[in-house]
Design a protein. Structure first.
Length: 165
């Protein structure tokens, strides 16, 4: 298929190239450029050509390339942000991941838990699991703020593991 300058395929290609490598996105990022079917077909063609990667169902990235290592995996936060944007939900890192982000723990969890005001589900990206757990509005009141991260980290560490230092 030839790439006409105004085709959905070429518009999607230009939008992806206009972003930094490492961008994580969903088909919803392109709904203004064509029908859902045209967007899905264009993404499938770009995936098959190796230009983009499919991370999970409905989740793609424009991978960063390291000269020695090749394509790099996107960050967990970039993946979670793409999911939150698609679903119009808020996310709050929780548990061991929150403690790790604050430097309170050196443990890097393979199962990363985010609290959400959306539905609960698990997203598998390679060997990583991102768990989205529905929670109360009270727990989401500080979502996206440092204070929310601190609260979740302290809940994870519990009082017996926290002292004045």
């Amino acid at each position: 298929m030839g790439k006409h300058a105004d085709s959905t395929d070429s518009k999607i290609l230009r939008r992806i190239q206009g972003r930094k490598r490492g961008w994580v996105f969903t088909p919803d990022s392109f709904t203004d450029l064509g029908t859902r079917r045209a967007v899905d077909l264009a993404l499938m063609r770009h995936r098959d050509s190796g230009f983009i990667r499919q991370l999970a169902r409905g989740l793609y990235d424009y991978p960063k390339i390291d000269p020695q290592l090749g394509p790099l995996q996107p960050s967990t936060d970039d993946i979670a942000s793409a999911l939150a944007g698609r679903d119009a939900t808020r996310l709050q890192p929780s548990g061991a991941y929150a403690a790790n982000l604050l430097g309170l723990s050196t443990q890097v969890p393979m199962k990363v838990v985010y609290l959400t005001d959306g539905r609960s589900r698990t997203v598998q990206v390679g060997k990583r699991q991102i768990i989205l757990k529905h929670t109360t509005p009270r727990n989401m009141a500080t979502a996206g703020k440092i204070s929310g991260l601190v609260i979740q980290a302290l809940r994870h560490l519990s009082r017996k593991n926290v002292d004045q230092q």
